[in-house]
Ligand binder design. Structure first.
Ligand code: NAD
Length: 249
């Protein structure tokens, strides 16, 4: 048990409002590669080009084959120890909300209730014409049957409800900024903090703690920095909190 993990436990206990900001790194232990970490998707192919509004509009064949394949790699995975620990911490009122950049839905899968999915999700898709929502599966099924681009009943194009490069920020963004401003403690887990506007959020919180395998631009501003796998850190953190429970009650 490192002293940084104990410090984190006490920071969580002392904070009156804790917001967790998660990125792709929290899901690598669930088998989903991140973008910028070593071995991430970024290096494998140009995800930025594939998952862009421009490709969706002007190269639908590429978007609905290669782009969709990339999105499908993030579906059907299981929450890991870090996702589960965050749900447990929320139940104990030690975490108030989660802001996530992830689209894999694993925070909801693990039972977290207050989750702001800044970059959308892989549960639903929407029609670009009539805005009707349908499941992600119906989009994927249409593509599997050779309908590219997949169409809504009204004839409009169906797109995943994911925020792609070139898209505006989702409606929940105002709420995200409010949450970050309200935070006495922001705990960043598995994010390189290099993607704007998410990269500005840590500067809005009073105190900052970071769990990330690699250095981030905010390490100097954080009072706690833990450079280890999130799953390992959260298992130790929960053990410590459970052991110390009677001290805290
Ligand atoms: P990023 O790839 O830029 O950074 C991930 C960070 O996590 C890296 O610094 C890496 O060192 C660290 N990391 C990797 N495994 C870790 C682990 N087990 N424990 C602790 N740290 C670990 O990710 P980002 O900052 O989230 O930005 C990438 C963008 O790509 C986001 O917008 C995100 O939506 C999207 N994306 C999402 C998923 C997903 O939904 N799971 C996957 C890939 C990319």
């Amino acid at each position: 048990m490192t002293s940084a993990i104990k410090d984190l436990a006490h920071a969580l206990k002392n904070s009156r409002y804790t917001v967790v900001l998660t990125g792709a790194g929290i899901s690598t232990e669930s088998g989903i590669p991140d973008f910028r970490g070593s071995g991430g998707l970024w290096k494998a192919r140009d995800a930025m080009e594939l998952l862009s509004l421009e490709t969706l509009y002007y190269r639908p064949e590429l978007f609905y084959t290669e782009g969709l394949r990339l999105l499908n790699t993030m579906r059907g995975k299981q929450p890991n120890a870090a996702h589960k620990a965050l749900a447990w911490l929320e139940q104990r009122s030690l975490v108030n909300s989660i802001i996530t950049q992830n689209i894999d839905g694993l925070h909801y899968e693990s039972g977290s209730k207050r989750v702001l999915e800044m970059h959308g999700n892989l549960r639903t898709s929407s029609c670009l014409e009539c805005r009707r929502k349908t499941s992600f599966e119906s989009l994927a099924d249409a593509v599997a049957k050779g309908q590219i681009p997949p169409k809504c009943h009204c004839g409009g194009i169906l797109r995943p409800d994911v925020v792609f490069f070139g898209d505006p920020m989702p409606p929940c963004f105002d709420e995200v900024v409010q949450e970050a401003r309200q935070a006495e403690l922001m705990l960043v887990v598995g994010s390189s903090l290099q993607v704007a506007p998410v990269s500005y959020l840590p500067s809005l919180s009073k105190q900052l703690a970071i769990i990330n395998l690699e250095p981030t631009p905010y390490d100097n501003a954080a009072s706690i920095v833990i450079r280890n796998k999130a799953g390992v850190v959260f298992e130790e953190l929960l053990d410590y909190i459970r052991d110390e429970d009677d001290v805290w009650e």
